[in-house]
Design a protein around this ligand. Sequence first.
Ligand code: FES
Length: 143
Amino acid sequence: MIPVCRLEDLPAGESVRLDTTPPVAVFNADGALYAVDDTCSHQDASLSEGWLEGCLVECPLHAASFDLRTGEPTCLPARRPVRTHRVSVVDGTIHVHLTDPTVTPVPASAPLTAAASLSAPASLAASGSSAGRAPMTGEGSAA
Ligand code: FES
């Protein structure tokens, strides 16, 4: 479980990149938190720098789109999915639970790289915990 940032520091429509190996991108999609591998499966672009529309992120390099709920591409040129990771919020801090144990967490002192994206802002409705593939609904629950 890797701490990401305070929930209030990742507003709706924004993303943050974790410098794990490989990197992981965490998104707040209209109040739902998702984490996927940051590197596009097509080439070497950072999805955390892409455009967020609902639960889809568009790659900034060639515009492939990925569903953050499943990691599956929704259009070409990407053909392979990106891995998804579970997200939780504990005491107001977002955490990522890496799907693949070969992903290496960085030391806690390493800085995060934030990347703003674009969808319409939405207010955060909860400060409890939630599952990564489900909208945040409150402590210990998932919708
Ligand atoms: S690098 Fe993402 S679509 Fe090409």
